[in-house]
Write a protein that binds this ligand. Structure first.
Ligand SMILES: *Cc1c(COP(=O)(O)O)cnc(C)c1O
Ligand code: SF4
Length: 361
């Protein structure tokens, strides 16, 4: 058995197991004992948690909380609504669609860790939504839709599939002439970096005219270790491009220091920040919810102009009609007759001419 398989076989998902890593508070114990939702983490990710800090940023992401039973802003049956599963177009369960040229292809509903803030929690954590994961049916549907250019393989965590299944999906997709890009969404480079084995690199790697991109999810600098750095290097050196999709989480990364450090450290291990997501309105995750403006403020106050532009993610909210940018719009202050007044991150002003018919006004 490979190390990563051992980690999954031995997922930390009982009080007894969790006690090996942290001193469980009475509140946490009650939440664990009374939850009906799936929870658990890899032993590796659990080992990064501070034993005695109930506010540890990794702990808050994986240990159930009593607040999961509350719901104010979450939408019931959120995933059916958000992924347009009850719409006009009849699609296999594995296919979620919001765009003409790309789809999300959900191939599995198990994960390395069960994030308490998961936006797909009805499928992955609560298990109230059951999908049929018929990969061949999905592949046939993709083949018939030649307007598609990109397939985003997601879950659950698709890299938990065995190497030969992943190889099969990639090979079948590359046989479809209209598919130009394959993208994986996987948290494993962060929560189970041991998964990036020589075997997997062989499956994902080598030069090919249909490139593979991988977006992972890392929400706090504390999640970044030497093992993750090595896993990312393994992916990159096999020709897989690596990005990050962070989620803005109250009490975890919504303070200036954590936010800036996260994005700087991602770059240091060669991960390009791609999206910062505003927390979606899935039910039972309000305790992680910030005001919408928060993400734009953090980008304005800690990233743009303050650190490398390479570290800058696009702040978006994922909705039933696609992702909508929520970037700070502090830069155009005014449009006069002849010039725009722009503002930088220090509040300093500058101007640009208004262009009319290709000539200056
Ligand atoms: C997020 C998502 C995509 C990918 O969107 P990008 O902006 O290209 O990252 C595609 N389809 C669905 C259904 C999605 O939720
Ligand atoms: S890894 Fe992704 S799908 Fe799995 S629980 Fe976390 S957010 Fe949800």
């Amino acid at each position: 058995m490979e190390e990563w398989q051992y980690q999954i076989e031995n997922q930390v998902d009982t009080i007894e197991e969790l006690e090996k890593y942290i001193n469980i508070t009475p509140e946490e114990r009650e939440a664990i004992e009374t939850t009906t939702a799936k929870w658990g983490t890899t032993p590796y990710f659990a080992s990064l948690i501070d034993r005695d800090d109930p506010r540890d940023p990794i702990r808050l992401q994986v240990v159930p909380s009593k607040y999961e039973k509350e719901n104010r802003y979450g939408i019931e049956n959120y995933l059916v609504y958000k992924e347009n599963r009850a719409g006009e177009e009849k699609r296999p369960d594995t296919i979620a669609r919001q765009y003409n040229d790309r789809i999300a292809f959900t191939v599995v509903n198990i994960c390395g860790v069960y994030c308490r803030h998961c936006f797909r929690k009805e499928m992955v954590v609560d298990k109230s939504l059951e999908l049929r994961f018929d990969v061949d049916e999905g592949l046939e549907w993709i083949k018939e839709h030649n307007e598609l250019r990109e397939v985003l393989i997601t879950g659950g965590d698709p890299l938990l599939l065995p190497d030969d299944r992943i190889e099969y999906i990639i090979r079948r997709l590359r046989e479809i002439p209209h598919i130009e890009t394959i993208r994986f969404g996987s948290r494993l480079p962060v929560v189970l970096p041991q998964r990036i084995t020589e075997g997997l690199k062989k499956v994902l790697g080598v030069y090919h005219k249909v490139p593979i991109w991988l977006n992972t999810q890392c929400n706090h600098a504390k999640e970044i270790t030497e093992l993750t750095a090595k896993a990312v290097w393994g992916l990159l050196s096999s020709g897989v491009n690596v990005g990050n999709q962070a989620v803005l989480l109250k009490g975890i990364n919504d303070d200036k220091k954590s936010f800036q450090e996260l994005h700087q450290k991602l770059l240091n291990i060669r991960i390009r920040p791609y999206y910062l997501f505003y927390l979606e309105p899935a039910p039972g995750i309000d305790h992680f919810r910030t005001p919408i403006e928060k993400g734009a403020e953090l980008i304005r106050d800690t990233i743009r102009g303050h650190t490398s532009g390479l570290a800058q993610p696009m702040y978006v909210v994922a909705t039933n009609i696609g992702k909508i940018p929520l970037m700070p719009d502090y830069y155009i202050k005014e449009r006069g007759e002849k010039e725009y007044i722009l503002e930088n991150h220090y509040g300093e002003l500058t101007t640009l001419p208004v262009i009319q018919d290709g000539k200056e006004a």
